[in-house]
Design a binder for this molecule. Structure first.
Ligand SMILES: *[C@@H]1O[C@H](CO)[C@@H](O)[C@H](O)[C@H]1NC(C)=O
Ligand SMILES: *[C@@H]1O[C@H](CO)[C@@H](O)[C@H](O)[C@H]1NC(C)=O
Length: 627
């Protein structure tokens, strides 16, 4: 692969404004080409690009094409920066009027250097907020596609699409379906702007001479017109990759643009590196229908703020994952201490969850055509979700990690929509860590709050995910939760339900249907605030589970907790895979007594505080208005 940096444009407006500036601040920049102006942190704009592409393992050669007017500046820059001077191509133009046009400049390099290889073309005078993104990932994506590649970004608010080449991209295939150069108002709804950052296949290079022969006017020999012709008329296969960062200084810009963006990016960069990103995800209770989520059923689940996992990401020199002192122990008091801890906790801490999430995230973005910056970070986590009692502690760590990564890399809801995010989290667990699980926990942890979920086969097959609906959480009755303080010897035997369901066994298939029906009834009960009915349905849910899973699979610990709750007339069921119970007691006077009974039976008991994301938002805004 060969890289070509284009710096042949005549930065007339900027140069004139610098020359005429009477503040005296920019005197030293008079006649300096745009690409050699100071960028973020005092480095020149071109330095960033050269640093990014100066990689022998990716590019056999890097060329720079400039004009005769600025040639000397680039020659000087090249010797100072270890750039091969013989690879600078001079297009002979000295003014904006006698310029050749960007496509002709590129064609000149290809023709004069007799290049016969795939090429990457980058405008070396663009400024980009994060110039150290991973070019290897871009090349990898290009090589995986049967066509050319255009880099694009999402316009920031206030940036007008009429100043850019706008692309329409198919979200599934990543194919560019339409290219509109500097569209007038209303011509396209797309806010995705292409930049001069393209990968072009060896066999397509000849198209450029065809294009040039059709476009005698140099003002029409722009990449925008070239791509319009390739995509809209010649129907070449062209793909798009998104860079989650802004680009500026494109085309003829003035001094105010330059100083504005320089200040903007510098402060952003500064702000970012100082501030850690912290994200929480919450434990959940399955209120109805579980465990039918893994069997094309329906469920209702709720996030609770009693228990959470929190992940912190901070930009750092090296990329590191910090072991949790309690969950990923590496030092022990004694051999006996190691024995006790290992017996109780097993060998699986949270570190592997962070690592697997990062791995999958990179893989996901590479496949989805989202380029990431190369910036390193440090990840650490903390959690108070009790282990092995089925409260979705692992997926909480994964989903909090994902939130941090999305924030850090500026990945939006559009890039990774909520239903897809839930699938992503599940795939981290099933593909990477071989944890068998259903979608429910991931969905409720992504949506947060009280969520009704429908995993019907038809929906799953058609959309790749279920239908998820957030439900009103105002005036919910008080639910309680109890769990075994030592779940490691709960004596449960492994269930064979999945296999039986896959075999289409009538009893199991019917049971999953019944779980779905219970869920629909519970949905109505919650909407009607009919808590007596909801309590009844919770009990039915447990009995149904008991009948298919049998007491042996539920284990004595779970059965003991259920019996205890019933002694106090409380509705009760399993909120997850076992080790904990969730209940609804209508007779509030019995709550204290029941709590004591659970505590005396060696369980941990708590009253649930639902986690309601919209309430958090309204509280924040209420606080703001109050101030
Ligand atoms: C993240 O992307 C959004 C929209 O694409 C943009 O408005 C915002 O400025 C970007 N932030 C950073 C740090 O790049
Ligand atoms: C990331 O960390 C590695 C290992 O310490 C280091 O070699 C590399 O330069 C770092 N990358 C960046 C962009 O700082």
């Amino acid at each position: 692969m060969i890289c070509i940096l284009l710096v042949a444009g005549h930065g007339t407006v900027l140069e004139t404004e610098i020359k005429n500036d009477d503040t005296g601040l920019y005197g030293h920049l008079a006649a300096v080409p745009k690409a050699l102006l100071p960028g973020i942190g005092g480095k020149k704009i071109l330095d960033f690009w050269w640093e990014m592409v100066n990689m022998r393992q990716l590019f056999t050669e890097v060329y720079l094409v400039t004009n005769a007017d600025k040639y000397k500046h680039y020659e000087r820059w090249a010797t100072a920066n270890d750039f091969p001077v013989e690879n600078i191509v001079n297009d002979g133009s000295t003014t904006l009027e006698d310029q050749m046009g960007a496509v002709a400049d590129l064609e000149l390099v290809i023709r004069s250097q007799k290049l016969q290889d795939d090429i990457v073309v980058i405008a070396g005078d663009m400024m980009c907020a994060d110039q150290n993104f991973d070019i290897a990932q871009v090349i990898g994506f290009f090589k995986s596609k049967p066509g050319e590649l255009i880099i694009y970004y999402e316009l920031e608010e206030g940036e007008r699409s009429s100043s850019r080449g706008i692309v329409e991209v198919s979200p599934e295939s990543h194919r560019i379906t339409r290219f509109v150069e500097k569209p007038e108002e209303g011509l396209t709804a797309s806010r995705l702007a292409s930049v001069v950052f393209y990968c072009i296949q060896k066999n397509t290079l000849c198209c450029m001479s065809d294009f040039l022969s059709l476009q005698p006017k140099t003002t029409s020999r722009t990449f925008g017109h070239f791509w319009e012709w390739c995509i809209n008329e010649k129907h070449l296969d062209v793909f798009g990759m998104k860079l989650p960062t802004g680009f500026q200084l494109i085309g003829q810009v003035g001094l105010s643009d330059y100083t504005k963006w320089l200040a903007h990016y510098s402060s952003k960069k500064h702000g970012n590196s100082a501030k850690p990103i912290t994200c929480r995800s919450y434990a959940r209770v399955g209120l109805m229908g579980n465990p039918s989520d893994g069997f094309n059923g329906k469920t209702i689940a709720m996030t609770i703020s009693n228990f959470w996992a929190e992940v912190t990401l901070v930009e750092s020199q090296a990329l590191s994952l910090v072991p949790h002192p309690l969950n990923d122990p590496t030092e022990f008091g004694s051999l006996q201490d190691l024995f006790c801890i290992s017996r109780r906790e097993g060998y699986l801490g949270g570190l592997r969850l962070l690592q697997a999430t990062c791995k999958k995230f990179y893989q996901f973005c590479s496949k989805q055509g989202i380029a990431l910056t190369k910036q390193n970070f440090t990840l650490k986590y903390d959690t108070n979700i009790p282990r092995q009692v089925g409260l979705a502690g692992s997926s909480a760590i994964i989903s909090a990690t994902l939130k941090c990564l999305m924030k850090f890399y500026n990945i939006t809801d559009d890039d990774l929509p909520k239903p897809v995010r839930a699938n992503f989290i599940l795939s981290v667990e099933t593909d990477e860590l071989f944890i068998t699980a259903g979608l429910q926990d991931r969905v409720v942890q992504v949506y947060e709050g009280l969520v009704y979920m429908d995993f019907s086969k038809l929906l799953m097959d058609e959309q790749g995910h279920g239908n998820y609906v957030s439900m009103d959480m105002s005036s919910l009755p008080p639910f309680w939760l109890a769990y075994l303080s030592d779940p490691s010897d709960s004596g449960r035997i492994h269930s064979n339900i999945r296999q039986r369901w896959l075999n289409g066994e009538h009893e199991v298939v019917e049971a999953m249907k019944s779980f779905s029906e219970l869920t629909d009834q519970a949905k109505s009960a919650i909407q009607d605030r009919d808590w007596t009915r909801l309590a009844q349905l919770m009990n039915e849910n447990f009995e149904l589970r008991r009948s298919v899973y049998t007491d042996g699979c539920l284990g004595p610990g779970n059965l003991k907790m259920v019996d205890l709750a019933r002694q106090f007339g409380s509705a009760v069921k399993l909120p997850g895979s076992g080790g904990a119970v969730v209940g609804l007691i209508l007779d509030q006077d019995k709550l204290v007594e029941m709590r004591q009974a659970f505590q005396e039976a060696g369980c941990v008991f708590c009253v649930i505080t639902p986690y309601n994301p919209s309430q958090v938002l309204s509280e924040v805004s209420a606080n703001l208005t109050a101030r």
